[in-house]
Structures are given as structure tokens and as C-alpha cells.
Design a protein around this ligand. Structure first.
Ligand code: ADP
Length: 460
């Protein structure tokens, strides 16, 4: 921008000055004409005309019919051509000394403009002449002004331009330096964090206190990091699960099959014992694969929720019936207080949740203890709770039990009904129903699992 400005300044200064001079001559001649045609010319008018001449780099003279000078002013001094020999038309003369020649010329032409060359300034000058017909007499006006700015004037402007340009460049550099630093600093920091992320370090933090666009980018990257970290955790879980929960039963199946082949093939009692182990392990594998596929279908929305009106109390009783055998085995007393309630939900899926809550309660209760199942119907919602007095869950483990593959007891502890996916499936079902759900638990005292379904869904 500065270069463009400089270029335009240098190229345009001369034509612009020329234009300005011609305009000035017209203004001065108009002013003087109106002054001469006035009836009463006072000192104030003359002063104003002088000011106009002095302020505009011209010299001027007015003579009357007799060649007597009636007005003159000069802001050019040495440069003024009115007292120097000039060639106008075919004649050469000094206007001030030989006004009759000047008058004679104007009588013929009434006005003229001619360009002269000044040896003193090495520039072109303009000489303008005009005849005015006044009320009483005729007047003859000559105006002289340089057509180009003198070299010193150009130099002055260019010098000024240079100082201003240097100043602007200096200020811009300082401002640019600080701006660039403010913008680039957070980006450099983000790049470092992104490198960390690229190396698999999910502790990368992009948070930034900078411009809003950079803050937005940092927040988006932080979200992406969190999601990536979750995916990574899931992947690790999956690998751990495959190697633990799938590989172990497979190894068992292989070992027992080999045992039947080599040792117990001919012994019906031992063979049946070994075949039972193989069947139990395949049953577990089957359940695990079913749970895994159901959970991923639920989470990806492939399985739809088929809502309908159903009797919640009856549905809960059916689930209790299914688990009766387990209760008997552990001699657990089940106390149920079930309000009558009709729900508008997916009956099969809700049964699955109740089954999971109740079977967990049985698994984690001691023999000869008691489990309570309640349905509480209030105005707005229906709440189901399963209360056990078993081992309970520690405060640290509580937030994680709804995650897939999470088991509080990580040591080898595999039963057909323990895949670590039960609560994750329950969570997905309850969230699809927009249900409120949760657990309160104290280690050594027992746990209460509950969910609440709003009655808004109930169809008339
Ligand atoms: P699992 O198939 O292992 O039971 P879940 O997802 O149903 O998997 O439960 C996750 C974990 O939560 C269980 O491994 C267990 O440690 C804990 N848990 C669930 N219900 C109870 C309960 N009633 N009492 C104590 N711990 C429980």
C-alpha cells in the first residue's frame, strides 16, 4: 500500500499541480473581475484579493487604458516573469515596462493563455492575460504562475512521504509482531499437543485462552481427543475381553475335548462330566456373543423400541418366576411390594432390565439373605427398585458398573450369567426409553438398583 501510494504521489504530482494552477488562475481572474466591476471598492476587497494571490503562488498586475499600474501583487518574487522579457505571440517585451504592447495585444484577442519557459526554475510557466470592460474604463490583467511544482516542493513532499512511510512501517512491524505472536503461540502449543495425540497420548489438552475461533478449534479438538480416548478404551476392553472371556472357554473346550478323546472316551460317567463342561462353556460363549451383538445393535440404534401398553406388575412377576430356581439354590427370600401399573414401553426389553437387576442381586447376595423388589406408582412416574443386602459396590467402582465389560471383581470369575455386559445393555435400553435410572450402594451392606419410567407415554 505504501509503495502504491508513493508511486501515485510521484507520478501524479505534476499533472495534479498543473490542473490546480489552471483552476487558480480562473479563480483569481474571476475575483479580480468582480472587484473591478464593483462600484465601491474598499480596502477589505483589495486585501482579500492580495491574500488570494499570495496564498497561491502567483504574481499579477492590472493596468488601465493608459498603461498605469492600478494593482499588483506578487508571491513569486524572483520567479515572476512580469518584469522579465517574455515572448507572447510574435512579440518579445517586458509586460511591466511596456504595458502598451500588452494592452494592444489584449485589444485584439481580449484574453490569452501562453506557456513560457523559466531559466531560473527550469520549469514551465503559464502567462494569462485578460481584458475587462469596467463601468468607467477598461482594465488589463496579467497573471503568471509556474505550471509545475518547483523541485524543492517535490523534494519536500517526497521527504515527508518517506518519513511517514518509515514511521508506518515501524508501527506496523511492532503491531504485526505482537499480533503474530498472539495468534501463533496458541497454534504452536496446539501443534505440540496434536503431536502428542498422534503418538497415542490421550492426555493431550488443547484448551486455549485466545481468539474465539482458536478457542472453538481447541474445544473441538478436546472433544475429539476425548472421543478417541473412549474408542481406544473400548478397543482395549474388547481385546482384553476377547483374550479373557472368549479365549478361556475356548481353551477349556479344547482341553476337555482332548481329554474325552484320550482318556474318558470309554468311561460314560467321566465322559459326561467332561461333556457338561464343554456344554457350559459353549453356553457361556453363546451368551457372550449374543450380549455383545445385542449391545452394539442397541447402541447403534439398529434395534428399535416397540412400545405398547403392558401390565408392569405381571411382567415383573414373570421375571421373578424365571429366577425362582436361583433363589431356591441360595435360599434367598424374595419380598415383593408391587403396585398395579400399566406402562407404555417395550415389554421384552424392560423385562430384560428387571432380569439383569434381579439376577445381579441374587449373584451378589449371600446365601439365606433377603432381596426386595418394589414397584411404586406415583402420579407422574412408575419406579422399580431391586434391593439386596449383599456385598455392595465400592464408591470408586460405582460410576463404571454401567460401562461395557466392567466387572468389579477382575479376577478369573466366570459364570454363564456374568459377561460384564448386563448393565451396559440395561443402560442402553433405559436410555432408549428416556428413563431415569441409577444405583445406591454401600460396601458390605448391599445395593439398590432402580429405574423410573414416566407415565407421559401411556396411551389413552
Ligand atoms: P455381570 O455380567 O458381570 O454381572 P453387569 O454389567 O451386570 O455384568 O454388572 C457389572 C458389574 O457390576 C458386576 O461385575 C458387579 O461387579 C457389579 N454389580 C452389579 N450388580 C451388583 C449388585 N447387585 N451388587 C454388587 N455388585 C453388583
Amino acid at each position: 500500500m505504501l509503495s502504491l501510494l508513493g508511486f501515485l504521489l510521484i507520478v501524479l504530482i505534476k499533472p495534479y499541480y498543473r490542473q490546480d494552477r489552471i483552476k487558480t488562475i480562473e479563480t483569481i481572474s474571476d475575483t479580480i473581475e468582480s472587484l473591478l466591476l464593483k462600484d465601491n471598492v474598499n480596502k477589505y476587497d483589495i486585501d482579500n484579493t492580495a491574500k488570494l494571490v499570495i496564498g497561491n503562488n502567483v504574481c499579477t498586475i492590472i493596468v488601465n487604458e493608459n498603461g498605469n499600474e492600478i494593482y499588483s501583487s506578487d508571491s513569486l518574487g524572483q520567479l515572476c516573469m512580469l518584469d522579465k522579457k517574455v515572448t507572447i505571440g510574435e512579440e518579445s517585451y517586458i509586460i511591466k515596462n511596456e504595458p502598451e504592447k500588452f494592452i494592444e495585444m489584449l485589444k485584439k484577442e481580449s484574453s490569452f493563455t501562453t506557456t513560457l519557459y523559466s531559466d531560473i526554475t527550469d520549469t514551465e510557466m503559464i502567462m494569462y492575460g485578460e481584458q475587462f470592460k469596467g463601468n468607467l474604463a477598461n482594465y488589463y490583467l496579467a497573471i503568471n504562475t509556474p505550471l509545475e511544482p518547483v523541485e524543492s516542493y517535490i523534494n519536500f513532499i517526497l521527504n515527508q512521504y518517506l518519513y511517514i512511510a518509515l514511521f508506518v512501517i515501524g508501527v506496523s512491524l511492532v503491531v504485526a509482531f505482537f499480533l503474530a505472536k498472539r495468534i501463533s503461540k496458541p497454534i504452536v502449543k496446539m501443534k505440540k499437543e496434536a503431536n502428542k495425540l498422534a503418538q497415542g497420548n490421550y492426555d493431550a489438552k488443547f484448551e486455549s485462552k485466545s481468539f474465539s475461533e482458536i478457542n472453538d478449534l481447541a474445544n473441538t479438538l478436546d472433544d475429539a481427543t476425548e472421543k478417541l480416548s473412549q474408542v481406544n478404551e473400548l478397543r482395549k476392553d474388547l481385546v482384553a475381553n476377547v483374550s479373557h472371556d472368549i479365549k478361556t472357554p475356548l481353551t477349556m473346550i479344547q482341553a476337555y475335548a482332548e481329554m474325552i478323546k484320550d482318556i474318558s472316551g470309554d468311561d460314560p460317567i467321566k465322559r459326561n462330566e467332561h461333556l457338561d463342561v464343554i456344554l457350559k462353556e459353549t453356553e457361556y460363549l453363546n451368551k457372550l456373543v449374543t450380549d455383545m451383538s445385542e449391545l452394539s445393535k442397541l447402541q447403534s440404534g439398529i434395534i428399535e423400541i416397540n412400545r405398547d401398553n403392558f401390565d408392569f406388575k405381571e411382567c415383573t412377576n414373570k421375571v421373578i418366576e424365571l429366577l425362582k430356581q436361583l433363589l431356591v439354590e441360595k435360599n434367598i427370600k424374595l419380598v415383593s411390594n408391587l403396585d398395579d401399573a400399566v406402562l407404555y414401553a417395550d415389554e421384552i426389553k424392560i423385562s430384560q432390565v428387571i432380569y439383569n437387576f434381579l439376577s445381579n442381586a441374587i449373584k451378589h447376595s449371600n446365601n439365606n439373605s433377603e432381596i426386595e423388589v418394589n414397584i411404586i406408582d406415583d402420579e407422574e412416574k412408575v419406579r422399580l427398585e431391586v434391593i439386596d443386602h449383599g456385598e455392595g459396590i465400592s464408591e470408586e467402582a460405582l460410576p463404571y458398573i454401567w460401562d461395557r465389560y466392567y466387572k468389579v471383581d477382575k479376577k478369573f470369575n466366570r459364570t454363564v450369567n456374568s459377561t460384564g455386559l448386563g448393565l451396559a445393555i440395561a443402560k442402553a435400553i433405559l436410555e432408549a426409553h428416556n428413563a431415569k435410572y441409577g444405583v445406591t450402594s454401600k460396601i458390605g451392606e448391599g445395593s439398590t438398583f432402580y429405574f423410573e419410567l414416566s407415565k407421559d407415554y401411556e396411551e389413552e
